[in-house]
Design a protein around this ligand. Structure first.
Ligand code: NHR
Ligand code: GAR
Length: 202
């Protein structure tokens, strides 16, 4: 065996979801196809009916529901979430359509170890309802961004972006579909850059 060629050992990911989980699926597929030196050690959803949980189950990945309704406030919830995540000793936390804002304390605990995919060309259209807002503003281009999560919402350092052209007949739905295709390409790629230690914060 050639000792000089050392492939990086798979990094441990915990993926947080709230819904469909198509980005989760893209990450699973890239790992399966050996395009991504990572392993998903757990999937956690804040919604019991998130379809992404089925994807985790099908892939044989441990999964949990942590519902906000079972907690009295955000701090309480975030503490439980942090304790659950830390049982898995992850190298990187992946927000994949996770729809709850996280407290400063939580975010600082995972400083430079948590990524999000946001459906806009940041710094444009932070927050929610991004596709409709881009259409309403008459934009010619839209897209998605992978960024490190900081305490400022959707404001952390951008890792990768992808652009799609907006067509005259686009609706929020048709636009979202094309943006999703790009998300599924750049999110696994951003995780790969992290795993290969190719990301440097400036
Ligand atoms: N937390 C911090 N501290 N910083 C970020 O950049 C975060 C974050 C948590 C989630 C994803 C984000 C996005 O990509 C994200 C980034 C949810 C909301 C929101 O308003 C906003 C942005 C994002 C996720 N959530 C409502 C809330 O009160 C609930 C909305 C709902 O349940 O439908 O938490 O856009
Ligand atoms: C994705 O488009 C992601 O960019 C967006 O939710 C979708 C989740 O899809 N994230 C946010 O809007 C965060 N506020 P998925 O569950 O199929 O991966």
């Amino acid at each position: 065996m050639n000792q000089d060629v050392v492939s990086p050992s798979p990094i441990r990911l915990v993926v947080l979801i709230s819904g469909h989980g198509s980005n989760l699926q893209a990450i699973i597929d890239n790992i399966t196809n050996k395009n991504l030196p990572a392993q998903i050690v757990a999937v956690i959803s804040n919604k019991a009916d998130a379809y992404g949980l089925e994807r985790a189950k099908k892939a044989g990945i441990k999964h949990h529901v942590l519902s906000y309704n079972d907690f009295t406030d955000r701090e309480d919830y975030d503490l439980a979430l942090k304790n659950l995540i830390d049982e898995y000793q992850p190298d990187l936390i992946i927000l994949a359509g996770f729809m709850r804002i996280l407290s400063d304390e939580f975010v600082e605990h995972y400083s430079q170890k948590m990524m999000n995919i946001h459906p806009s060309l940041l710094p444009k259209y932070k927050g929610l309802n991004t596709h409709q807002r881009a259409l309403d503003a008459g934009e010619k281009e839209h897209g998605c961004s992978v960024h490190f999560v900081t305490t400022e919402l959707d404001d952390g350092p951008v890792i990768l972006q992808a652009t799609v052209n907006i067509e005259d007949n686009d609706t929020a739905e048709t636009l979202a579909t094309r943006v999703h295709q790009q998300e599924h390409r750049i999110y696994p790629e951003a995780i790969r850059l992290f795993a290969e230690k190719k990301l440097k914060l400036k």
